[in-house]
Design a protein around this ligand. Structure first.
Ligand SMILES: [Zn+2]
Ligand SMILES: [Zn+2]
Length: 271
């Protein structure tokens, strides 16, 4: 029988650019990738450089959902261990595409010589590339999406499994009407991941860049009634010291900055 496990592991939470700096040791330097386990199903939220440390084989074919195609969210795909495993099937969903041909063509713009030696579909693993529908059922896991607020577009994902809910809102700028729509979409979420790339002073000079702040994350937590807030998409210059200082100031014990390697378990026994 499938174990009722629902958990999210942070494989990468850095925004914009990967870096292995010594002063990123605590929060990590790999770009956006979150591995969600829901029973036997595995779903990856984005495929930044963090996906390189994912397993090579899975009980059921893993599904990779891309919020958008900015490089920090796709750069790890060419080194995803599942795609080096001949016996492993995987599915990759591409946002904002009408059909599978366009979805594949979009990935071929990044993973193709001379930028990358092989197309994703030429790697050993058996990969299907499909357009992301508004809603998707993966076993007993329900996935829904709404558009966020980010240059070139970005999707917000909501994952529901056995009564528990995870919402992933990366690369999101808190402007209306998107911010109110997100609060409704994330209503009573058990875990809310939210873009907090900037602090308040940085944000003033970076309006329109498509990112947000911890203050807006806390406001969203309040408005949505979400139980736990995980702040993500750390700026390339945010060292461990800076993020720890910001975290200390968070007024809610259920709010924190994502640390690479941490697992949050919503159902089942923690690993
Ligand atoms: Zn990003
Ligand atoms: Zn982006």
């Amino acid at each position: 029988m499938t174990k009722p496990v629902f958990q999210l592991t942070v494989l990468g939470s850095r925004g914009s650019m990967a870096s292995g700096r010594a002063d990123f040791a605590l929060f990590g330097g790999d770009t956006s990738c979150y591995m969600v386990r829901a029973g036997d199903e595995t779903v990856f939220l984005d495929a930044g450089s963090g996906i390189v440390t994912a397993p090579a084989s899975y009980p059921k074919p893993p599904v990779i959902l891309l919020s958008h195609l900015h490089l920090d969210h796709v750069m790890g795909l060419g080194m995803f261990p599942g795609l080096s495993n001949r016996s492993q099937k995987s599915t990759l969903y591409i946002p904002f595409c009408a059909d599978a041909a366009l979805a594949e063509a979009k990935m071929d713009r990044v993973f193709i010589p001379p930028v990358w030696p092989l197309k994703l579909t030429e790697l050993e693993g058996d990969l299907m590339i499909l357009p992301m529908p508004k809603s998707l059922k993966i076993g007993s896991l329900q996935v829904d999406s709404i558009p966020g607020c980010h240059p070139d577009g970005c999707l917000v994902f909501r994952l529901r499994y056995l009564g528990k809910t995870i919402v992933y809102a990366t690369d999101f700028e808190a402007s209306e009407p998107s911010f109110s729509a997100l609060a409704a979409f994330a209503e009573k979420a058990d875990l809310l991941l939210y873009d907090a790339q900037f602090d308040e002073s940085e944000y003033e000079s970076r309006k329109g860049f498509g990112h947000s702040t911890a203050a807006k994350g806390l406001e969203l937590m309040q408005n949505s009634g979400a139980k736990q807030l995980l702040l993500v998409h750390h700026a390339p210059g945010s060292t461990d010291t800076i993020l720890l200082q910001r975290e200390k100031k968070l007024p809610n014990v259920n709010a924190s900055y994502a640390r690479e390697g941490q697992t949050i378990t919503l159902l089942g026994e923690p690993d």
